[in-house]
Design a protein around this ligand. Sequence first.
Ligand code: ADP
Length: 629
Amino acid sequence: MAKSEKDTAAAQGARNGKRLRSGMLRAFVGQEGADVVAPAPPLPVKEIFKEFWPYMRPYRRYLVGLLLLLLLLPLLDGARLYMIKVTVDEVLIPGDLDPFLWIAPIVLGVTILSGAFGYLQSYLVSWVGGRFLLALRTRFFSHLQNLSLSFFEQRSLGDILARLTGDVAAIEAFVVSGLVAAASSVAQLVIFGGALIFLDWRLFIFILVVGPLFAGLVRVLSRLIKRASRETRRRTGAMTAFAEEALGNQSLVQGYNRQKLEIDRFHRENVGQFEAQMLSARARSLFAPATDLIQAVSGLVVLGVGAVAVKNGDLSVGALLVTIAFLQRLYGPMRTLARLYNVIYAASAGAERVIEYLREVPAVTDSRDAKPIGRARGKVEFEDVEFAYPGSDEKALDGISFRADPGQTVALVGHSGAGKSTIARLMLRFHDPIAGHVRIDGVDLKDITVSSLRDNMALLLQETLMFDGTIRENIAYGRPAATDEEIVAAAEAADAHEFIDELEGGYDAEVGQRGRRLSGGQRQRVAIARAMIRDAPILILDEPTTGLDAESSHKILEPLRRLMSSHTTIVISHELLTVREADVILVLDHGKIIERGSHDELMARNGAYTRFVRLQVGAREAREAFSGA
Ligand code: ADP
């Protein structure tokens, strides 16, 4: 494929990625949507095969066994067919029943043997195919786990899921089942073709005529099928993407009464997939009648030529019958090969979508001489850090320098979009700065292995992330090796023990998907317990009280303070109480630090921070007046 074509496909992908984020909103406003999911860049079949073959390597031994079976099966089948000739020529025509006594057991034995081998073959194919799929899917999932957060922000979760399930499975049809079926067909063609030459070479000419006819037909149809398959796979991704988004935002959809609009949009995506499928169905349906015609015409020709040969005494009746039987056996593998050609193209459409993501490189990887840092003391340093998000010209951070000694708290305040979360993201090394350094204990993050860095971090985010499981599991997520006593101690320190105790099931109560069965404040206290138990020297808090009502947010302040006192803390907050006690407060604006100092110092300056405080106090007074009324 031309390079420019690839570039355009990639560029289109990027454009669509941007569009995607606003997909829900767009649907909501009722605009006619552009493609929900962009087409993956097309790849030649050979390249796809090279990409996935390594997953087959551990099973090569089984493949060799399979190949042996593939050769044995048509040989046995050939032998059984040959017994027809023997029966006709030795039993039926001479009217002699004696040979039947040895023919029958041979036919029976051969049939039983080929049944056993057939069983073994299909079992092995399923097993090897299943193992291949298992390895590939796990590898794909673990690759996804290492991709940067911006990768996920720019793509639709539903489409990613479609690739992880359907598209990965399509590859198996290609690399394992496809390969085996192709090898088996070729083996049959060679063996039955060879038998034909052995019986009467003249009839073999027939293959030379029918073969190209088949091949021509396949070529014409496969082009159509290839295009249709790409479209089907893409549309399937788009449909799941859309469904995931719409179902995930049910409160918005139902609250604004936009179900009908969502149903219409879903229906449209569904129809798109249906149309793409019909296109390939049309091509595939043409295939059967066309091959029937080729088969009928060539069958008549053979019968005609054969009849003349029998009449002239060149061929026995048994030989003609078995020849026709062998010929019939040739169509099967030819059809299979032709169908495979199409299956392979259909599967390659799925493979292209998987490869597109497999080739996505993680934004952050361990450098070659990165070392594990062990347990850090917790000194954090930013030096002249600059950062811009990929694809954005504007700097999200510009000349950021600050320091937090072990145990200190740095608070970040500023308008939304000022760059506060970006600082937290660089700390966690979700991204690398484009200039400057981020260090812990004096070591640049780039010289530390990513996993040992994150082992030193505990997180508490605005949106409390919960897994569907028990409270105990959700707390222990911070440190899987934690004992029950440690879990209870952490919950107590987080002021969560009391409410957990009152839940039915206590620590074993299920929290539901995303923790739906808990209130916002309860979720946040479980999250604090999770951060407590992690016992990492550095704590990152991103607006831990946002979204909580005054009472709940008051309730978590005390446990938060306890948590912060034992950690070096970077806290992003609008909650004055958490900010006021910080050792250093940084006021950010457009990626720059515009003020820094302690609460008292900054209040004395009467600048941006003072305005922030007034806003917060005003808001709180308003809240209190409101709740007191
Ligand atoms: P804050 O946390 O102070 O609200 P952020 O650090 O989230 O601000 O954002 C800083 C700037 O970076 C903003 O201009 C925002 O639009 C941009 N930004 C944030 N996240 C992304 C992202 N994933 N991709 C592109 N730009 C982003």
